[in-house]
Design a protein. Structure first.
Lengths: 247, 500
């Protein structure tokens, strides 16, 4: 990313990478919405941080899997512009569909619709192509409203980009067997510390077989992504201490 | 329960009656009282012309050109209601004004005195008519809400039958437009249907404020009874050097004293739901009135009631001198922190509002919500209903559904597909539910891929063998890098989903 692009993102209020770190307080106070185990390793905050924008590409299952942890935890999710989304698959991937709203056709002017959703829905997945200027405005809106914007497809100002490099299933056997176990190979990237590429193999099976996190290069990237300077981290922990004290 | 029985006296169309009385207008012409541009009350004649509450002024005037309109004035409503309240009080001590046009009194007093509720009601209505020339109706029930609804219908609800009385009434009887709108969208059209929703579900689904409406719908008091008497030191008193005898000075006194009372309450995290107003005149006349509020009173709400009451007393001709001492006493208080429980389900409320907002932009069908249903295919197992509609499965999802797939595709489709064997012939499904040949290539959306493996076929309905069945079947197909769900209908293959 060029320097000028970074500067213009800063003008738009995009957080510097040093803020893309999380503390346990963030999780406890609901600033980071939960995701299932292996996905947590891909996200610099160990979950979906409120106010952030995450782009997802290459797999609808991956998009739906991102919604699972938070909706099961009581959050609301909306999927905009994806009339063909498989809700049954969403339920199988762990999404609480009673807190899922679909806006299949947001119309010729989707901006106000998505903005209205960001006002009250915790996770808003957007699958319709938008002009970059509108996309940036919505990213800013999500930050302001402390919602998580999940872009299905490319997005000009995503904090994290998740790309499914392959989606594989157990081998069928000429009439026998059936599709049971799904493996999605996911690469994450993004700006700043989130930009270090990581790879994870997500497995969704009938028994929800959880494979250990497969760390990509560089080695040790599955450590907390607190690559920013020490100071903000120290501030964060100090904040946590202050908050823990009775008023 | 007997102790909580209330008798409500209701004067129909009170803002109209007050406006007509004040202006000397006959009530037998079409009259509407407007708040801004919107009708808040109409005379019976205007209703016969089709005018309704919440109707716009312009529309009302086009429907009824001879309509006489008045601006809404709560103070006027209160001022002309005081004689009615007094008339009730002469027969039934201990009255509480709920709002101008509506008073409540514990039923055991007047009912005991007049031997039956019917007789008490008759005597009260006659007495009001004689004293003030005002038409009134009486209702008796076990809660204020139900007694009010009973008064609207002029009925005495027998003890312990309040819930039954309320059941058939429409949800619009609740004074909560947003909730009523939501309940209707959910298909809950009567108070009984709403009452049947479990209380914890109401709290989580509709938010804390709805739990109070839910209590009302079930015929319970607005709040659980709290026998605690507010401490006497909460009351505030003011003695005026210049006796209050004009409405403007009364308004000022009301404001000052209300703020003091509110501060007293707020310091103890309390809020007032029944407010006693006492006044003593220069000539030592004692005046007393209790106002009862459904919602805890805000400082503004307290000031309004004090101002209305003082106006009523001062306008009354029998008052021979100005008010020397004024006392505000909280007769019933609720815990202010308990009110914070209204924040239950706050997040759900935000989501509900956002989705209603989007429905406002796109129409009701613009926001859909899934209901998991019984069935075999990935589409029939999900029913999408407009947000707010009832979400009940039409087929039993727990029923065994042979042929149901273990996994559903994340992307649904409905595109023609061509499945061929190694010789380039189309692959079909036999009556014995077998493929006619091993599939080798799949063409869909203009792209042909090699088929590496497949599974199925599975029947789409149970009566595969029946001659009238659709003979539809599904198979799963793998290509080097993708997996698909195909369905065969009418001798043709269709792509039903992509396992991406």
């Amino acid at each position: 990313m060029s320097r000028s692009a970074t500067a213009s993102l800063a003008e738009l209020g995009v957080n510097p990478a040093s803020e893309l770190t999380s503390t346990t307080t963030d999780h406890a106070t609901g600033r980071v919405l939960p995701v299932r185990g292996e996905l947590a390793g891909l996200l610099p905050w160990g979950g979906l941080r409120r106010g952030s924008t995450v782009s997802v590409g290459g797999s609808t299952s991956l998009l739906l899997a991102l919604l699972a942890g938070a909706t099961a935890d009581g959050c609301w999710a909306a999927v905009v512009g994806l009339p063909q989304v498989g809700v049954l698959a969403a339920a199988e991937l762990g999404v609480s569909v009673q807190r899922l709203a679909l806006v299949p056709r947001p119309g010729a002017d989707p901006g106000p619709v998505i903005a209205a959703l960001l006002d009250g829905i915790d996770l808003v997945a957007v699958a319709c192509p938008l002009p970059p200027s509108l996309a940036r405005r919505l990213t800013a809106r999500a930050r302001q409203r402390r919602a998580v914007l999940i872009a299905f497809g490319s997005w000009p100002s995503a904090d994290v980009e998740l790309t499914a490099e392959s989606v594989r299933w157990n081998q069928l056997d000429d009439g026998a067997e059936t599709l049971r176990r799904q493996e999605i190979s996911v690469r994450s990237g993004g700006r700043g510390s989130a930009g270090k590429p990581k790879h994870v193999l997500l497995t969704f099976g009938e028994e929800e077989i959880e494979l250990p996190l497969v760390a990509g290069e560089p080695s040790g990237s599955d450590e907390p992504a607190d690559a920013g300077p020490d100071l903000p981290d120290e501030l964060a922990s100090r904040r946590a201490t202050t908050r823990g004290r009775p008023a | 329960m007997k102790d909580s029985r209330l008798l409500a006296v209701w004067c129909p169309d009170w803002p109209v009656v007050a406006a007509c009385t004040a202006s000397g207008t006959s009530q037998h012409v079409p009259v509407a009282v407007l708040d801004g541009n919107e009708i808040v009350a109409t005379s019976a004649v205007a209703r016969a012309e089709g005018l309704r509450r919440a109707m716009r002024k312009r529309m009302a005037e086009s429907m009824c050109p001879e309509l006489v309109t008045f601006d809404h004035d709560p103070q006027r409503d209160a001022r002309f209601f005081e004689p009615v309240a007094e008339a009730v009080e002469e027969l039934a001590p201990g009255i509480e004004v709920v709002q101008p046009g509506l008073v409540a009194v514990p039923a055991r007093g007047p009912v005991g005195y007049f031997s039956s509720a019917e007789q008490a009601a008759e005597r009260i209505v006659d007495h009001i008519a004689q004293q003030t020339g005002t038409e009134a109706q009486v209702g008796v029930a076990d809660s204020l809400f139900a007694a009010t609804k009973a008064a609207h219908r002029n009925v005495i609800v027998p003890p312990n039958q309040t819930a039954e009385f309320l059941r058939p009434l429409g949800v619009h009887e609740l004074d909560a437009p947003e909730l009523v709108d939501l309940l209707r969208r959910l298909g809950l059209k009567t108070l009984g249907a709403f009452a049947d929703v479990p209380e914890n579900a109401v709290a989580s689904r509709f938010g804390g404020p709805a739990t109070r409406q839910h209590r009302l719908a079930r015929g319970l008091p607005e709040r659980p009874l709290d026998k605690r008497k507010p401490a006497p030191e909460l009351a505030v008193t003011e003695t005026f050097d210049d006796p209050v005898d004009r409405i403007d000075s009364a308004a000022f006194a009301a404001k000052i004293l209300s703020e003091r009372l509110h501060e007293n309450l707020a310091n103890r995290s309390l809020a007032c739901t029944r407010l006693g107003i006492h006044a003593r005149t220069e000539h030592d006349e004692e005046l007393h009135r209790v106002w009862r509020a459904a919602e805890p009173l805000t400082p503004r709400g307290i000031a309004d009631r004090v101002r209305w009451q003082l106006d009523g007393w001062l306008t009354r001709e029998r008052l021979t001198s100005g008010i020397r001492t004024l006392t505000l006493e909280p007769v019933e208080v609720v815990n202010g922190t308990a009110l914070q429980l209204g924040l239950w389900g706050h997040d759900d409320e935000r989501a509900v509002r956002a989705l209603l907002h989007v429905q406002g932009l796109l129409g009701p069908d613009g926001v859909l919500t899934p209901v998991l249903d019984g069935g075999r295919g990935p589409k029939e197992q999900v029913r999408l209903v407009p947000w707010g509609d009832e979400r009940v499965p039409v087929r039993n999802p727990d029923h065994p559904w042979p042929g149901r797939l273990t996994r559903a595709p994340a992307t649904l489709a409905d595109d023609p597909a061509v499945l061929k064997d190694a010789d380039g012939n189309e692959v079909g499904v036999t009556g014995r539910l077998e493929l006619t040949a091993r599939p080798k290539s799949l063409a869909v959306n203009g792209r042909t891929q090699e088929v590496t493996a497949w599974a199925g076929p599975w029947p789409v309905d149970e009566r595969w063998w029946a001659p009238d069945s659709h003979r539809a079947a599904r198979i799963q197909v793998q290509t080097p890098d993708q997996a698909f769900l195909l369905i065969r209908r009418d001798q043709r293959w269709f792509l039903e989903g992509v396992y991406d």
